[in-house]
Design a protein around this ligand. Sequence first.
Ligand code: 2RA
Length: 336
Amino acid sequence: MNVAVVGATGAVGELMRRVLLERQFPLKSIKFLASEKSAGKQIEFACEKHTVQLIRPEAFAGVQIVLSSTPSSVSKEMSPIAARHGAIVVDNSSAWRMDPQVPLVVPEVNPEELDHIPKGIVANPNCVAIPLCVALKPLQKISRIKRIIISTYQSSSGKGAKGLADFDAQLGPWVRGESVPKPTAHRAQLAGNVVTLDWTLDPNGYTEEENKVINETHKILGDSQIGISPTCVRVPVKISHSESINVEFFEPISVEQAKAALATAPGVILMDELKGEFPQPVHATGSDHTFVGRVRQDPGNINALNLWVVADNLRKGAASNAVQVAEELIRRGIVK
Ligand code: 2RA
């Protein structure tokens, strides 16, 4: 495959490069594109030096698959240009996710959506929605979902390299009791704190992130009737998002049934609390799996279960999901 990685020097772009190598993606050629700020930089890939090129229309000539992680404004302009050059763009921004002509794909959940890509663009979902859907799809196959209540514990890296810089700059001084530097990416101090307004507030009183979780989960699970009630929160964790999920079904599912379905579900690692196992960001970081544990009956609702879900937001929540989508495009013969 002739591949271009767009936004190659950002936190997700860097991981896309690593994941392509780790998964031995079938590469014929690769080029790395970025904004003016990073164009001209030298990066190493598979023991070879590459110069990062500026994102411009001519750069897409001959490219079959574009893996893109840029701000939405860049994707709105550049993804259709890349598609016009004949590439399929797997786009990690939120620019195209809710476009009815753009499939929003988690390969373990709705790969069949890739059979219809009218705009030549496939959207990679939000990093909370991806693990949520990976964990719920095996249960949705048993019984239709009526309602989801989700509270998130999102890591600093959700705000990219700048978020990580805030985390690194604040944690040491906070532990030592010194004055903590002001955040540059996060809305408030992260060290020793919990921040629920780390995203733009939308007119409906929910944050942009919470509205993404609602809308994207409806689209990925293919059921817009599911009642979804999210509260998104940033916590002082470097990488990997955690999710507390209460899910109500139309028909009851027992804990045993749920565990049996999750144990064999693609992309899921079920952690058994009876063996003292429980998903933690330190397990998930560096993995492409979605870790599920604490599967419990809701004591107040016979039709509902509680789950605790953790996944690496930079990998399964972004870079790895995009590369898995590209692998699925090849497997289905969509890109040859
Ligand atoms: C966050 N979901 O964690 C965002 C990143 N895309 O802030």
